[in-house]
Design a protein. Sequence first.
Length: 167
Amino acid sequence: MNRAVRRNPRPKPWFCGVLTAGLLLLSLGCARETDEARIGRAIDEIVQAIETKESGKAVARLAEDYRDFEGRTPAETRGFLLLHFRRNPKIRIYILAQSIRVEGNSANVRSHVAAVGVEEIVPERGEAYLVSSRWERRNGEWKTVYASWTPSLTGGGDPLPPPEAGP
């Protein structure tokens, strides 16, 4: 007896539900990364580079015309980092709180940070800082153009200088 197997051309309801949920999750996974997330990721990369003592990577996100609150250029900032790398066998940086505000092609970031110099296992020295920075999008990439930091336990913090007037 030869029976022809009849196939149901309509998909089962559970299959449609699973397919819809999968497509929704896929579209969420492909969602475009926000500028705030890009800047946050760049900051995480800088922190990781400092902790692993890779000064070149640490300053890679600094714009060519970058200056910190003491007037240091990217090259001088790299030297500043190398000095601290020699003084501290291990460096750990903890971002305790962070605010990223994007306005067009510029952004202001304020971070409360704890930096710890570690000898062996025990922290030897540490300080909490308020770090303020200004970022600009240049050729599609976010770069730091200014940064200041002050010990946050003593209060205050350098306010960001006003943005330069555009043409």
